[in-house]
Design a protein around this ligand. Structure first.
Ligand code: ADP
Ligand code: MG
Length: 228
């Protein structure tokens, strides 16, 4: 198995992002403008134009909501949260999507009382991103195992999927804003997740083997209360 150690240094993403955002949002805006023009000049397939415009606007909304996660004030609402409960909440949220894709989500939690000083919604967002990626990596269905373990003052959350793995050339660009191999992907999920984890003084590691699957391992320092 190959392992890629994801850098923990702060990313200098602002400049890279600005160009990416402009590009990614210009495309759907151009499309909507074009269809508005067609409607004005009395095109026949009104319903189709509306559908395309709605889906392009939805795309802008998705990109903006992912980016907003980065803009949230940092280290403001850190509170002690029970992580098993938090993960179960997220699983409930994504259960329908998993079922639809014949993906079974299994859990293996070492300790039900693990608490973490965190920004709850951001950690949820991280879990959502990694679970979605796992589901999307298994188009023919499979199992996603979510493990929770502790050791050396750290909390480990592992997302173990049975998907096709991440090819070397994709691994090299993982976390680069807007890099996606999916038709409807934004290429923001991994970058945003890593940024959030870094804001919690944690790290992400990726273990992937082609045709076997991928394990995303999130390591976060535990707060002192849960270490007793
Ligand atoms: P998106 O999901 O919108 O494409 P991400 O930043 O979440 O953006 O992921 C970037 C790319 O990394 C994906 O397009 C995919 O090719 C690859 N990837 C991420 N997670 C996995 C996984 N668990 N298995 C296989 N490939 C993955
Ligand atoms: Mg994703």
């Amino acid at each position: 198995a190959q392992e890629l150690l994801i850098r923990t240094e702060k990313l200098s993403i602002a400049g890279e992002l600005a160009a990416g955002i402009a590009h990614e949002i210009r495309n759907p805006v151009t499309a909507v403008k074009g269809f508005l023009h067609l409607l004005q000049t009395g095109g026949a397939s009104k319903q189709l134009y509306f559908d395309i415009m709605a889906s392009e606007i939805q795309r802008i909304e998705t990109i903006l909501s992912e980016l907003l996660m980065l803009a949230k004030p940092q280290a403001v609402h850190f509170q002690s949260r029970n992580i098993p409960a938090l993960i179960r909440d997220v699983i409930t949220l994504l259960d329908a999507q998993a079922n639809l894709n014949n993906v079974r989500i299994l859990t293996d939690f070492e300790d039900e009382n693990l608490c973490l000083e965190c920004e709850e919604n951001q950690i949820k967002q991280v879990c959502i991103n990694f679970i979605k990626n796992a589901i999307e990596a298994m188009p023919g269905g499979g199992e996603l195992l979510i493990q929770l373990a502790r050791g050396d003052g750290m909390l480990f959350i592992r997302f173990v999927d049975q998907g096709g793995g991440i090819p070397e050339h994709v691994l090299a660009r993982l976390g680069q804003p807007f890099y996606t191999t999916k038709e409807k992907g934004t290429g923001l999920g991994f970058m945003v997740s890593r940024k959030i984890i870094e804001n919690h003084n944690g790290t992400v590691r990726v273990f992937s083997e082609e045709r076997r699957g991928t394990t995303i391992e999130v390591s976060l320092p535990l707060d002192s209360a849960s270490l007793q």
